[in-house]
Design a protein around this ligand. Sequence first.
Ligand code: SIN
Length: 308
Amino acid sequence: MDLSTAIADVRFSSCLMNASGALCVTREELEALGECRSGAIVTKSMTPAFRQGNPEPRYYSFPAGSINSMGLPNLGYPAYARIIPELRRFEKPIIASIAGLSPPDFLEAARAITAVSPDLIEVNLSCPNIHGRPQIGYDVEASRALLLELKDIVTVPMGVKLPPYFDPVHHEAAARMLQDVGVDFLSVINSVGNGLVVDPDEERVVIRPKGGFGGLGGTMIKPVALANVRAFWKLFDGRMPIIGTGGIVSGTDVFEHVLCGASAVQIGTALVDEGVGVFQRLEQELSELLQRKGYASLSDCRGTLREL
Ligand code: SIN
């Protein structure tokens, strides 16, 4: 089954890849993504300097999904600028995710990483886990200002990782801004920020940072992810490449994202739970499903979700 895809004219042999944040911080983790059946290598969101991240425990998985407050632990962009050229030997697209605690951080990371030519750059506007730093993606004008500055620096296709929006007015405002800026692809969605998971036996929270508040991922957020993929697919008339992220644990989940309009998907919680073998399993499940339904490739069903 042909599971290949393209994002902003970059070819991917498989539409399945890791979500930034999931098993992609260290050189070893990035190399493991190179060696497995993932269609790309996506880096952890990088900041100017090494970050230890938030205190542990900061990740908790449970049947409905996961909650995390990692706090952007990463090696710092100088390390990724050294590692990225070495990852080319795996001959799959490399997506560098950049982040920051302030706009100048993003610009600094963008300059250094553009110089080593990853295939795409994903600008993370949506980390919910830095105390005192609101998610930029919820401020349309701040996002516009930052992205316009980044557009002057970045010379490879540039996309944005967005937070979930919950109201059509917010989807429309974000889409107008992204159209004006001229981004090349969207990654939707980041975790559903600032949820709270309670352990009723222990009568306490399950992660330490921010009093237990953290980003929700996994199965429970799939409807929110699908709604965001679908909303942006429609607002851009199917012309904006969308990477769907959120709640993918089976081939059927991938199929649902594609029906809503995703060109590719990223795997977070299921990758952390299962390791890099998840890509082969999902590939097989998706191929079998498409075959059963009589589709020859992903493009045959992308965006074709029927409405009643
Ligand atoms: C984190 O490092 O806290 C998660 C990254 C993100 O949600 O963007």
